[in-house]
Design a protein around this ligand. Sequence first.
Ligand code: ARG
Length: 580
Amino acid sequence: MKEQLESLLGAAVATLQQQGTLPADVQPRIQLDRPRDKSHGDFATNLAMMLAKPAQMNPRALAEAIIAAIPDNQLLAKCDIAGPGFINFTISQQQLLDQLERAYRDSQVGIEPAAKTQTVVIDYSSPNLAKEMHVGHLRSAIIGDAVARVEELLGHNVIRQNHVGDWGTQFGMLLAHMEELNNDELDMELSNLETFYKAAKKRFDESEEFAKRARELVVALQSGEPKCRQLWQQFIDVSLSHCQEVYDRLGVKLTRADVMAESAYNDDLAQVVADLREQGLLVEDQGAQCVFLDEFKNKDGEPLPVIVQKSGGGYLYATTDLAAVRYRQNVLKGDHLMYFVDQRQSLHFQQIFTLARKAGFAREDLQMDHYGFGTVMGKDGRPYKSRDGGVTKLADLLDEAEKRALELVQQKNGALTEEEQAHVAKVVGISSVKYADLSKNRTSDYIFDWDTMLSFEGNTAPYLLYAYTRVNSVFSKAGVNPDQIDAPFVLKDEREINLANTLVRFNEVVHSVADKAMPHFLCGYLYDVAGAFSSFYEACPILQTEDDSVRQSRLKLAALTAKTLRQGLELLGIPTLEKM
Ligand code: ARG
């Protein structure tokens, strides 16, 4: 509907240009918003206000001219001018009914494929393998996964990349510690990478000899010494299986096949540096190979270097990311490279993108975007910590989520069997953690609070999961298959109309999630759907209705509500429950 309206307005602008009302060279970006207040119609635009100046007209008069120039159509019931020159559009009821019918019949619930489908390479999760995943790894995995699901549904060719950190000096220390242990001890110690890392670090800090061995092992590893490689591989395998366990529990779609580790670029790094040199971009600074870009200066206006090779010859995080850009463009054939990485790395990515273009590693039209996110905070307003003040392992956090959810489920519903309770608790616990994250604006910090995320009130996973079971219970009570209702929609009550208007926005919302990589738009929308259904359900009896056509239509609205909630939650990586 939004696109249709956009093209109608585009046509109106063209007509006004032909008539000479508008100058021929203006190319307005037509912005359409959904007004909060229903009395302002279904869409609003500030187009007349934007064009008033070039047209040298009063905005209200121009709004009138725009409305007069809109071609005849089936879409609009009316257009009103409001305030200083806004135009409010009301969609015709026939249009609404057609749209509902389409969404009801469509396996994608009316979500249309992207106008231009692309190969989208999505870098997400990407933890360092030296330690176990902790709470700081939550956001990239969850947000990246949701956006990947959305891009896929819109028809893009999605390639997931888990750019794990498996290289660098830390591994020398870990390998040195591995060498000291016999097989049994090793298996034991590797079962908890957090303590393993701490033990290795302690040895490193305490013993000069150990530290020396650690440094030797880094060199041996990088030169491909077989025994050392083997030990390293053993460590990486253990660490990756820890990650996989977390992904599986979280319902994050990453697999081993998506892992493209830092080490995989190792053989290309010398070439990256050589190519930069050939482009005349390299400067030696205190023995290190650097690139200075005019675009990046520090507070005092001095240029900031991107270091690509240390004085000792070692390569850096930036070098690997340059190699990865090339690989994603040339080998994976990506059109759009998306990175879901902590906001604090924003300078790094701006530098990489700028440098990749300058060096000719990235085509002019290659789209590269860093989607940063804020920090998970504790209630004390500082980054979230475990009770002992250390970092919280993600696996422990998920255990706690399930445990708390189980207590909740046991209190709430005694009618479930023990097995059902356990299943419901798993879904509710994990979903609550995910949803609490996804429902916040990606770019802000948020406070991790068990009580709010597990609440049955407000914009939370338990509320939505429960709303879904409630909608579904209508069908079991009615003994109706929700997918096989043949009667047409009839909309009379304002709550029916409001629910219908909310349901048909789904397509638009999903597209906006893809455009901005902002899953919280979808969360807010699903919350609106559940709220609109709840008001409808209270005011409009379904099963007790005498009139069969009304009853069928209401059942059908409920069916589309369930379908929308299920599809929406699935895009967020949250499974639905039949009962809870
Ligand atoms: N391993 C890095 C970290 O934990 C994140 C990697 C993100 N992806 C990338 N291509 N740089 O900070």
